[in-house]
Design a protein around this ligand. Structure first.
Ligand SMILES: Cc1ncc(COP(=O)(O)O)c(C=O)c1O
Length: 437
């Protein structure tokens, strides 16, 4: 049995073991990809990417036809991916001028772009208005005033949603919890602030309040927090007089990173969210709003693997064996930042029995630069390749150039061919912005 078998649900859909025991994704042997593009390498599988887009789109349409899936670019975006999301009928959730610029670069339809963020700059808001984006999701009073001013200057009425924090705990890591009252994001429902924001937005001649948004956190392995928060948000809409033409319960849909994890499916999330929204609206005799959902992780996460080359194997007898690879916290900060866990396979020895427990360490000058603790692998040697599945979300997008290591190359594979969608950063790139003496 190949080492892939117990991990099939975590790897991209096209993952296979070749007869030599190599990992192949999208019909491409990763040994060839490493030879051609170098390592560390992020490999996105186009079939999985499109499958995940369709899974969310179809699951929500099936139970709630008036819905739109917008992809949360923060999980990872680049122009090629943005074009794929456009082709798949998704919208985009952007949180910066940079993400907006990528959308503009591929002429992404502006009406399907939503602009999030707790501290949008005047320049970012101006760019968004100039591109006539569909919605600004207003987070706070300063932004409300600034946006009103900028929209007024342009003589337009900008459609907005208000971001509220419903005070529901999604039971995830504190760093990725956003919907509780003590949060830097959104208008808290406790007290009068959120109600005041609704009043101000409704009174503005330059803002058109369309509805409410919340985002609870990520990843959320249960549907119950969504159900609870939807009831709270709809009650609030009625009490505050907020219109509810549109409603967004955010993203945060979980994926499996490790073999024992079994997150709800897109259909499970869709059913729970649609039912909660229908029930809340029926209770208040409200017409059903348009439903907007914002998956990021769940679209790109399962679509990519990270591929590393082993450089050093260090055995400390009786204690631990470190397998050091040529990437680490610079391309994947998640384990160091919030203890995220990953599976790993030796991509050059898939058919050898996993008999040794090792720690996969990165090459960065931090003891905390550990990618996987206690990975079960066959005996590995320098030169072997290690693959981490479920690496598409919040890895390249959070990458840094720490220790002046360049960020990895990224390829998109499909039907046996690989396309470079981001080249590797070189030392020249790293110095390109420096001023020399
Ligand atoms: C407002 C908002 N929407 C959507 C997302 C996407 O979350 P995920 O990638 O977990 O689906 C986030 C993540 O931080 C967010 O803040």
């Amino acid at each position: 049995m190949s080492a892939l078998e117990p991990l099939r649900h975590i790897f991209p859909r096209t993952a296979q073991a070749t007869p030599e025991g190599h990992l192949a994704i999208g019909g491409c042997d990763v040994v060839d990809l490493a030879g051609q593009f170098g390592t560390p390498l992020y490999i996105f599988d186009e079939a999985t990417l499109r499958h995940q887009c369709r899974a969310f789109r179809d699951a929500f349409h099936a139970v709630y036809p008036n819905s739109l899936v917008i992809y949360a670019c923060k999980a990872y975006i680049n122009p090629v991916l943005a074009r794929i999301f456009q082709e798949e009928g998704l919208g985009l959730d952007v949180v910066s001028g940079g993400e907006l610029a990528v959308a503009r670069a591929v002429e992404f339809p502006p009406d399907r772009i939503y602009f999030h963020g707790n501290n949008k700059t005047p320049q970012e808001l101006q760019d968004a208005l100039d591109y006539r984006i569909g919605r600004v999701v207003v987070d706070n009073f300063q932004e409300l005033a600034l946006l009103e001013h900028l929209a007024g200057q342009r003589g337009i009425r900008q459609p907005i949603l208000l971001r509220i924090t419903p005070g529901v705990d999604p039971h995830t890591h504190a760093y990725t919890t956003t919907g509780v009252v003590d949060s830097k994001f959104g208008f808290p429902l406790e007290g009068e602030r959120a109600r005041e924001a609704v009043g101000r937005a409704r009174a503005s001649p330059h803002l058109a309040l369309k509805g409410l948004h919340f985002h609870l956190g990520s990843p959320i392995f249960e549907v119950e927090p969504y159900v609870q928060a939807i009831a709270i948000a709809v009650d609030f809409a009625v009490q505050s007089g907020a219109p509810l033409e549109e409603f967004s319960p955010g993203g945060g849909f979980a994926i499996a990173y490790t073999r024992e994890q079994t997150p709800p499916s897109p259909a499970d999330y869709a059913r729970a969210i649609a039912t909660a929204l229908r029930e809340a609206c029926a209770r208040h005799r409200l017409p059903l709003p348009r439903l907007i959902v914002e998956p990021g992780r769940a679209i790109v996460g399962p679509s990519a693997i990270a591929l590393y080359r082993v450089g050093v194997v260090k055995e400390i007898p009786g204690i631990r064996t470190y397998v050091a690879v040529d990437g680490g916290m610079g391309d994947n900060i998640r384990p160091a930042l919030y203890g995220a866990r990953y599976e790993a396979v030796c991509a050059t020895k898939l058919l050898q029995p996993p008999t040794t427990t090792v720690t996969i360490a990165g090459k960065y000058c931090e003891s905390g630069d550990i990618l996987v603790r206690d990975a079960l692998l066959p005996p590995v040697e320098p030169g072997d390749l290690i693959a981490l599945p479920a690496a598409g979300a919040y890895c390249p997008s959070m990458a840094s150039t720490y220790n002046l290591n360049g960020r990895p190359a990224i390829v998109l594979v499909s039907n046996g061919s690989a396309r470079l969608i981001r080249r590797r950063e070189t030392p020249q790139d790293l110095m390109a912005l420096d001023v020399f003496p």
